[in-house]
Write a protein that binds this ligand. Structure first.
Ligand SMILES: Nc1ncnc2c1ncn2[C@@H]1O[C@H](COP(=O)(O)OS(=O)(=O)O)[C@@H](OP(=O)(O)O)[C@H]1O
Length: 919
């Protein structure tokens, strides 16, 4: 009875402190394979069934002595429990926790850590800032656009933000006419044999460039299926053996190329298979970078060199030759070092790496997989060990107060223990109830955040980190403006992170941006998710996680990203503590094989650091939300891509764009944007400050079409045409939009624009006459030069159209002759309807009529009534004087020649006025 009572009390006790005592005093006899340190972590999950069994057997057996009945009953209960548990996943986890052993430990031992040597730098690596200023590129010759090594090379270059130019090798060597000084720092041949086959004239040109400007070369030996022994490399005192398999790979720690890479020891695992080309070392001018041994009997004792450095002693050109591809992780590091060495340090990556580990969902995890007090202590111990390897290391904890103490009793103690050590960690606010922000209004968001903040204050959790994270990245990107508002208001958030910008995959392309003064940093994935809590249940097995750490994805993420923010979850720190295993292992591995300076700083500092390194990323590029399933899932339900325009009239100014806009808006199936209070019929989103207001702002200019597919939304902003960044931005948000361009004689356009500025009382235009504007030199006042540029630059039509064609296929673009629009608008509108594929066909003959008084075609309102454009369109001004016309004709001639070529190329008719201009 006494025992019964004790059990009853224990089961009901909600207090975490009591459950501790209970855990120790009720431990009856030995229990499966749990070490002492583990026992208290698992007690309740073990003791609950144990107690139930004990009580039940007393009822069934009536006396303690009837032990055989107890065992039969016990066995039956165990079978029932196992069956029930095995059909439920969450129960399965609990069962797993009953039988699990010690958390995994890193098996990795660095066999060269003690002999750590400082990197030997031929030249100090240039910082990213320097690199961007000097801006030398890599020139890459690939076999095809899609070849494997070529892709590996470009992926590494992109991940490290190294600029490159890719030339696909045809029969001859392309691109050699443009080898200007300082343009390239390193030249790479994806297939070194193609370099050896270049005709002597081109070869001499290329070699001279490399010699004259100290540009080195990287070459990859292609894999050979046939075995050659001691084959001589054409033109070099080098002998190769092909189709070898290497094992026991090591680096020559004395070689001068190593910079980022450290010779961490010998690699015996995961070395990619055969088909290596290896070099025999007969010539002392060559320095081996990497070597290994082959199991082929003839070579078994011989050290075979797999990457070789030619310091330029042979023919004045430095070269690094890889006997194998970049499939092997170590080669990826050496590749970056080779680029740096061969470019004399001009293309180098910095050795500083910032790593921040967020533990999201603190207090949120399900019962049974949360942290216990032991787990918290293990977290602290791990943090201490990590601090020894990475200065400043602290885990960054994101909490949702609503779920505080929502676990089993010993997990609630875990929650309390975390708060006892509140000052040992960094903290940031998650959502109070872990709701996705895109589902909430601003009021709800503020309320939720306020609750979490109050929770923080009452539990002494710091609230001033300036960092915030949204569940599932919702609201961060695609942007849910209320989230940004609420974050600023309640938490003063200034930095956040997301995996979704511009897209989750490919991860190497994730970038940062700043929206409304909140820095959004790219997040990386470390391979741990809420459901990966036991090592033996890791998807694909432990080997998969270990491979990611030992040179694989996680390792390369840290090596190739100057700033890595990893998301982990509370459950990764309980259970098998996979996060501790992962991070301690990866840090050791990085320290073993690289010379990187690893650091951790709080998120706000990290944000500042990031945008200092990559200022060009500050401006966002808004993407099309409907192309990405994940983006759609975290986009507010009421938003629809049907509210985005299907075509744009992009200008340039003064070519008849308003007339075109008006005629289009008459069409029953076409819907124009709502007018803007500042810029009237034009939205001017993609070309100026409005862009930073985000796409919610843009979409408000368009109605949500009732019958979406049949309506053609469009907008016209005539300054889009010449905007440098506009085509890229339009392409990102409206990838399938159609573009309408109108052109008239460029000198006429310039003159009309000048009068437009005068009519708008532009002071500079009023102060200077047309001649003074178009002939203004660089010595003239800034306002005059600005006016001159705006007047003349849009008329360089071919240049701007080519820029649009860099981002859009010609099929999405149409070029209208503005003179024809003016003289025969019906013809143009019929043509345009065909280009836009619009139905129903609208018969403009009945709706446009020439108005003698206005001198232009106008909209027919009634039988005898027309509506023309206002006084601002079709202005009356004196004709341009002849000398200015002549001057402009000469000025625009090269652009007009290019335009004629472009139109012919695109199969457009050449306007009569262009033929006249070119005569
Ligand atoms: N139907 C009709 N009605 C009125 N005006 C017409 C028409 N068709 C073409 N045009 C010519 O359009 C010129 C104005 O061009 P935009 O509308 O592109 O100018 S703006 O950039 O929007 O300010 C305007 O230039 P100006 O003559 O210099 O005023 C007109 O020549």
């Amino acid at each position: 009875m006494h025992e019964n009572m004790e059990s009853e009390q224990s089961l009901l006790v909600p207090s975490a402190v009591d459950s501790y005592a209970w855990g120790e005093s009720n431990w009856e006899g030995p229990h499966p394979s749990h070490s002492t340190s583990q026992s208290s972590r698992n007690l309740p999950l073990i003791c609950r069934p144990w107690r139930l069994w004990h009580r039940a057997t007393l009822c069934f057996a009536g006396s303690r002595k009837a032990s055989w009945r107890r065992y039969i009953l016990g066995a039956a209960i165990v079978i029932i429990v196992v069956v029930i548990y095995s059909v439920s996943e969450s129960s399965h986890r609990s069962l797993m926790s009953l039988v699990r052993g010690r958390p995994p430990e890193s098996l990795f031992r660095c066999n060269n850590l003690a002999n750590a040597s400082l990197p030997r730098l031929r030249v100090p690596p240039k910082t990213i800032e320097n690199r961007l200023r000097e801006d030398p590129k890599v020139l890459l010759f690939t076999e095809t656009r899609y070849s494997k090594t070529g892709k590996d090379i470009t992926n590494i270059l992109v991940a490290n933000r190294i600029k490159y130019k890719m030339e696909v090798l045809g029969k001859s060597l392309p691109g050699l006419t443009n080898l200007s000084r300082g343009k390239y720092g390193t030249i790479i041949f994806e297939n070194f044999e193609r370099y050896l086959q270049i005709d002597p004239w081109n070869r001499e040109l290329l070699d001279k460039y490399m010699r004259d400007y100290n540009v080195g070369m990287i070459g990859f030996m292609p894999s050979h299926e046939d075995t050659q022994v001691g084959a001589k490399l054409r033109g070099f005192p080098l002998y190769v053996h092909t189709n070898m398999a290497l094992e026991n790979i090591s680096l020559n720690s004395e070689n001068p190329v190593l910079q980022l890479t450290r010779a961490g020891g010998t690699i015996t695992d995961n070395v990619p298979g055969s088909e290596w080309t290896v070099f025999s070392l007969d010539d002392p001018t060559y320095v081996p970078l990497e070597w290994g041994y082959s199991s082929v009997p003839h070579f078994s004792e011989e050290k075979l060199v797999s990457i070789i450095l030619d310091k330029g002693d042979f023919d004045g050109i430095s070269r690094v030759l890889f006997g194998n591809s970049l499939e092997f992780w170590l080669h990826r590091l050496l590749f970056l070092d080779a680029v740096s060495y061969l470019s004399m340090g001009r293309i180098s990556v910095s050795l500083d790496r910032y790593v921040l580990v967020d533990i999201d969902d603190i207090f949120v995890a399900k019962k049974g997989i949360r942290m216990t007090a032991d787990d918290v202590m293990a977290l602290l111990e791990s943090q201490n060990r990590l601090q020894e390897m990475v200065p400043g290391w602290k885990f960054n904890l994101g909490f949702s107060g609503k779920y505080y103490k929502n676990g089993y009793p010993e997990e609630n103690v875990g929650d309390m223990t975390l708060l006892e050590h509140v000052n040992d960690f960094w903290w940031f606010g998650h959502m109070w109830g872990h709701t996705q922000p895109h589902l909430l209004t601003q009021t709800d968001l503020e309320e939720q955040m306020e609750l979490n903040k109050q929770f923080a204050i009452s539990h002494n959790i710091p609230t001033d980190s300036g960092y915030g994270v949204a569940p599932h990245h919702s609201g961060v990107y695609p942007v849910h403006e209320p989230l940004y508002d609420a974050w600023k208001k309640v938490w003063n958030v200034r930095v956040t992170s997301s995996e979704e910008y511009p897209h989750l995959y490919p991860a190497r392309l994730r970038r940062g941006f700043i929206h409304r003064n909140i820095m959004v940093l790219p997040r990386q994935t470390c391979g741990l998710f809420t459901h990966t809590v036991f090592i033996d249940k890791y998807p694909g097995g432990r080997e998969v996680l270990d491979a990611s750490i030992h040179g694989g994805e996680l390792f390369q993420t840290i090596v190739f990203s100057p700033v890595s923010i990893f998301m982990t979850h509370l459950s990764n720190y309980g259970n098998d503590r996979l996060a501790l295993y992962t991070f301690e292992s990866i840090i050791k591995f990085v320290k073993c094989w690289t010379n990187l300076n690893l650091r951790t700083v709080p998120p706000l500092q990290l944000g500042e650091k990031y945008f200092h390194l990559f200022p060009e990323e500050r401006d966002p590029i808004w993407g099309y939300p409907c192309a990405d399933r994940r983006h759609l899932e975290i986009w507010a339900k009421e938003k629809t891509c049907e509210q985005l325009p299907k075509f744009l009239v992009i200008g340039p100014q003064k070519t008849g764009t308003t007339a075109l806009y008006t005629f289009l808006a008459m069409h029953p199936a076409i819907v124009a944007n709502y007018p803007s209070p500042e810029t009237f019929e034009e939205v001017q989103f993609f070309n100026g400050k409005n862009y930073y207001k985000g796409i919610d702002w843009y979409m408000k200019f368009f109605p949500v079409p009732a019958n979406s597919s049949s309506k053609f939304l469009f907008e016209k902003s005539a300054t889009y045409f010449e905007g440098e960044t506009v085509p890229q931005r339009v392409r990102a948000l409206l990838p399938s939009v159609k573009l309408v361009i109108t052109i008239i004689p460029p000198s006429k356009r310039a003159y009309s624009w000048y009068h437009h500025m005068r009519a708008h009382n532009d002071l500079t235009a009023l102060q200077y006459n047309f001649h003074e504007v178009i002939t203004a030199t660089e010595k003239m006042p800034r306002q005059l030069r600005t006016l001159r540029n705006k007047c003349l630059i849009p008329g360089m039509y071919a240049k701007h159209i080519e820029r649009w064609l860099d981002y859009f296929p010609a099929s999405q673009l149409t070029i209208i002759d503005g003179e024809e629009l003016r003289n025969d608008p019906v013809y143009i509108m019929n043509d345009l309807q065909k280009f836009l594929n619009i139905e129903p066909f609208y018969n403009y003959t009945e709706h446009l009529r020439y108005d003698k008084r206005k001198g232009f075609f106008c909209q027919v309102i009634e039988e005898d009534k027309t509506k023309c454009l206002g006084r601002g369109k079709g202005r009356v001004y004196a004709p341009m004087n002849e000398s200015d016309a002549k001057l402009l004709k000469e000025y625009y001639q090269p652009y007009n020649i290019a335009l004629e070529k472009l139109l012919t190329r695109l199969d457009y008719p050449v306007p009569g006025w262009l033929e006249d201009e070119l005569q």
